[in-house]
Ligand binder design. Structure first.
Ligand code: PLP
Length: 388
């Protein structure tokens, strides 16, 4: 009973075949594989563009598969976190994923700015676990003139809360700050319209809902209005150089227009192959249909818990479908050690979720591979674990 797609998604059926093809081509062709492989390596990353663009709601030129999430966040901050004058601050949520916070603090320090003063962290109200849109809006209003960057999550990793990105991005951009998104828990989970929402950049990983495997190549969105800008600083590398002249090996860097111009190194073929296999499945299924099933599946989990375990299991994730994705974050109203033991019992029984200290059990029924039967059986197991 696998309910952990929010952490590491399952393997697509065609993944072995995709990876094996690259191993065989490398064995058979060695360096000639750059041009003669079944899927030539020279522009391998481009094969992900159409699938990624469809999943995140962007133009193909606005997305690129590269690096991993935190690396991409750093690269995007090089271009879009440009503190100057009164605008020196970064706004994030208080329980942002630690890696985002580390990255931002290190960037502030890199610019000689004290994080204690320049990092603004907005927390939920006392006694609440989720952030209210109106509180975020009020904070944007208050801090607006001093903000250089606003980094928003798509879906909060701990609570499963999905944010009203259209409204928040518009309000954040109105302040004059750059706006970036961490979509680790949103991509492949909820429908996104990155181009229309008009954020400056977004970053994501592909090993969760995109099912591209452990440490898979991540992704990045750069809005088309920045695609050809030469005034933005960036950390450059040869794979971001114009393809038509890349192999002339000249000293001057001329970027590819669009997100691909932020690439640095040639792509990791073996970790990109599973992404191509998975994106093919997403293209066949379509995000709209996946979302429809996801709403029903997570709604079923919510109602079973409400009926069968109303007192001992508290759902931390918002109750409305449009304020969450697949995941429900569950708080067990038990002493800490007992709650943790419940999770261990569930794992031993083959019900795989994960535990986030101090008190959150995360379960995500994923529409691509979980059934209503999975959900029913998992809740029965949870009832057994909390009762025993
Ligand atoms: C919300 C969020 N942001 C950032 C990361 C860091 O990802 P990576 O290790 O790919 O940089 C994760 C990883 O799980 C995450 O969940």
């Amino acid at each position: 009973m696998y309910l952990c797609g929010h952490s590491l998604g399952l393997q697509s059926k065609s993944t072995v075949e995709y990876v094996a093809q690259e191993l065989v081509d490398w064995q058979r062709l060695a360096v000639l594989g750059h041009h003669a492989a079944e899927r030539p390596w020279i522009d391998y990353h481009r094969r992900a563009s159409a699938g990624l663009a469809a999943v995140v709601g962007a133009a193909e030129s606005e997305v690129v598969a590269m690096n991993s999430l935190t690396v991409n966040l750093h690269l995007m901050m090089v271009s879009f976190f440009r503190p100057g004058g009164r605008r020196t601050r970064v706004l994030i949520e208080k329980s942002a994923f630690p890696s985002d916070r580390y990255a931002i603090v290190s960037q502030l320090e890199f610019h000689g700015l004290d994080p204690a003063e320049h990092l603004i962290e907005i927390a939920p109200r006392a006694g609440e676990r989720c952030l209210r849109t109106e509180d975020l809006m009020a904070c944007l209003d208050r801090e607006g003139p001093r903000l250089a960057l606003v980094l928003l999550p798509g879906v909060q990793y701990l609570t499963g809360q999905a944010f009203d990105l259209a409204a928040l991005i518009a309000a954040a951009r109105d302040t004059g700050a750059s706006v970036g998104l961490d979509l680790a828990h949103a991509v492949g989970n909820i429908p996104l319209r990155l181009h229309d929402w008009d954020a400056d950049f977004a970053v994501w990983c592909s090993y969760k809902y995109l099912n591209a495997g452990p440490g898979a190549v991540g992704g990045c969105f750069v809005h088309e209005r920045h695609g050809e800008r030469r005034d933005l600083p960036r950390f450059a590398g040869w794979w971001g150089h114009l393809e038509s002249t890349r192999f002339e090996m000249g000293p001057q860097f001329t970027p590819i227009a669009g997100a691909q111009g932020w690439q640095i190194s040639n792509p990791p073929i073996l970790s990109s192959a599973p992404l191509l296999a998975s994106l093919e499945v997403f293209q066949r299924a379509g995000m709209a249909r996946l979302r429809e099933k996801s709403i029903a599946l997570t709604g079923f989990l919510q109602s079973l818990i409400g009926h069968l375990l109303p007192r001992v299991v508290q759902i931390v994730t918002p109750g409305e479908a449009n304020e969450r994705g697949c995941q429900l974050s569950l708080r067990l109203a038990l002493p800490a050690a007992q709650a943790r033991r419940c999770h261990e019992r569930l794992i031993a029984a083959g019900v795989i979720g994960d535990w986030r200290e101090p008190d959150i059990l995360r379960w995500a029924p994923v529409p691509l591979y979980n059934s209503y039967h999975d959900v029913f059986t998992a809740v029965e197991a949870l009832a057994g674990a909390v009762g025993s």
